[in-house]
Design a protein around this ligand. Sequence first.
Ligand SMILES: [Mn+2]
Length: 312
Amino acid sequence: MKITLEEMCDELQKVNRVVVAGHVIPDGDAIGSALALAMILKSIGKDVRVMFDDNIPRNFMMMPTCEKIERPSEKIDVDALVIVDTAPDRIGKVLECVGDVPILNIDHHVSNSGENRKLFCDPHAAATAEIIFEIAIELGIKLTKDFAVCVYVGIATDTGFFQFSNTTAETLLIASDMLALGVKPNLVVEVLEQRPIEVVKGLGQSLNTLEVWHDGKAAGMFLDEDLVANLETTEGFIDEIRVIEGVDVSLLLKFMAKNVCRVSMRSKTVDVSKIAMQFGGGGHLRAAGCTLKMPFEDAKRTIMQAIDDALN
Ligand SMILES: [Mn+2]
């Protein structure tokens, strides 16, 4: 059931003991939104625990109170579960941990249907963290610098540091408020962009696998088993090739396990979500992914052919 922001604020005021959770493979918006919402709820006297059924990437540990995030383990007794930045299907074992309690859901993904729970969803918000900020204003919370860092990281990471098309005037106004509260944007980006030297060297090796095809309209990097063995992450690698002049579709193919390969795609005009859906994946028009269950060389041939077909 979809509810308004005001109704969500009423619901949040009614509960006493809550768990706040975000999605697995957590990103800056999921973590920042969960932590910022927990700060709001604590400041109005609630008993709050934040849970993610996954590891928190090291770079995000710079967010205040991040060290208090728990992994779900034994069953706990709470009044409600608040899920941010996703529907309940992507929070892993947190669901079992809290049991059959009412769910409040705060999100900005247009695909969130809100069945069997109270959902406030604003697809126009660039990040769930924008909505968390609105909730703080609605509840009349005194904003702190710690809160501002979490909201800022959520917004900055979901907008590619204010570069993606989801960035609105409202986004920049909220970011401006966060700076006024003491956030230093240069310090945030310095921490978030840090990579271990192995990953930077791995990017170099990955770029050596670059192939451009379809009259220069497609570009891909092909990371086989040997190459990925030393890579802690390939996050951001695809951005290095989507800037090549004339390239419409960019591809990162990555060995995951025997007969399992992961495809990430970006595009300027082609609907890459359609290509991803052919193989059971999905995403957005300009950014999508899927998993190919076949040997690496077969996966390479298959996805290059699918991109050819989409470009024709
Ligand atoms: Mn988000």
